[in-house]
Design a protein around this ligand. Sequence first.
Ligand SMILES: [Zn+2]
Length: 483
Amino acid sequence: MPMKPTTPMPNHPLITRLSGQLRVWLGLGCLLLTLAGGGSLSAQVVRPLQTTGPATNRVCFLFLAEGYTADQQQQFFADATNLFSRFLAAEPFARYQGYFNADACFVVSQQTGSDHPSQSYYRNTYFNSTYDSYGNSSLLTIPPNEVDPVYANGQGKVDALVATFSPRPDLVILLVNDANPAGSEQGGVVMVSRSASPNLLLHEAGHGLARLGDEYELAISLGTTNEEPNTTRETRPEFIKWKSWLTPDVPLPTPETVDYEEVVGLFEGAHYESTGWYRPKLNCRMRQVSEPFCEVCLEALVKALNRRVRTLDGWQQSVAGTNLLDDHRVLLTLNLVQPSDHPLAVRWLANGAALPGQTNLSLAFNPSGFPSGPLRIRVETRDDTPVVRTDAENDLMDTQEWGFAVQLPPPVVRLSSRRGSGAWGVEVSGNRYGTLHLETTTNLTVWIPLTSHDFTSGLFQTNWPIATQRQWQGLRALVEPLK
Ligand SMILES: [Zn+2]
């Protein structure tokens, strides 16, 4: 049975293109403004909401307070904590919570709430936010907008605050202390009221983290041609970028019926266009923010998280330097950031060859186990999540390599003929592994192999009774080093 298209069409008439960019979400126009200039700062209080590792190796969120008065500071931190935890409860982020840091930055507004011009209700707030923007009651904006064109009154203050954080946060969220659910995205800042669900933040994270496109349609064409991971104009099956998710029983293009509601296909209507553009699934958070992300968007997000966050946070090395001059054990230990539901696959290699059975977070080895010369130890970690089916650029793999120089002295061989003891003595000492070959001769010209011994520690000793070997004219020992 045909289903009604679920396109969230815009319910305000004004779509204005500024600075060549325009993004629309949930039927609410949101304007990406690129403007220069600075803003003034007031006293700010910064509190970490979650710190799982160094900011240089995490997806970092920054929450800013708008419409919170001086005595509502704790309320702001509680609201930001609540919104962030609800964001992290959604897939795929729930499995990757350890990949995120978040800070909250409180600045004082003189009055609580936000402007509602349609009700002649105005508040004196830090970023001068307002509802009713561009004729839409639930569209939140800050200057410059149609009621206040001064950049420094809104966006400039955001930019000045953000500039105090290094590295720059990956997503900036202006949390507006107002009971009316609303939101938007403007100038790279997500604006959301404290009463709104986390769905808008999740949708905007799709844009900001994975460069996902909007999967919905608009009444008018925007004429943009750049494809995103989840939008395409391609209809040939072998060239569809999410072909690994397609199955032969799903027709392409895919009818918008309940029969195909749960499958990945090629659904017409995406990228603001109702025809000629396609999306992977009937419904997705990039089409309707209350829906979960589709498989293709989940895959893109997990790959984006792995591009942003190196799973190898760091490591420890038990010996200093890179020259290995004695046979003391070397221990390499990894610090990994890992998904919560499955461990990363780990393998260790030495000089390009995998070390059998070495799949743990640490590797211990003795230098004498390797030939003299350069020794390259390498570790590879991989996120084998089934959420990702195509990883042509190895986004889910991380590597680290250590270069050592093995410079252990060669083994020392000592032969002894102890008169009266009735035996030849053979002793190998040193730090090398290898093979000891004993040879004998009766004419000092031709040497005949007598026996061989592998020695795997620093000392090998044996004795050969002289009494039973009267015909020998000589005994020699050869050490073949480990290859
Ligand atoms: Zn999607």
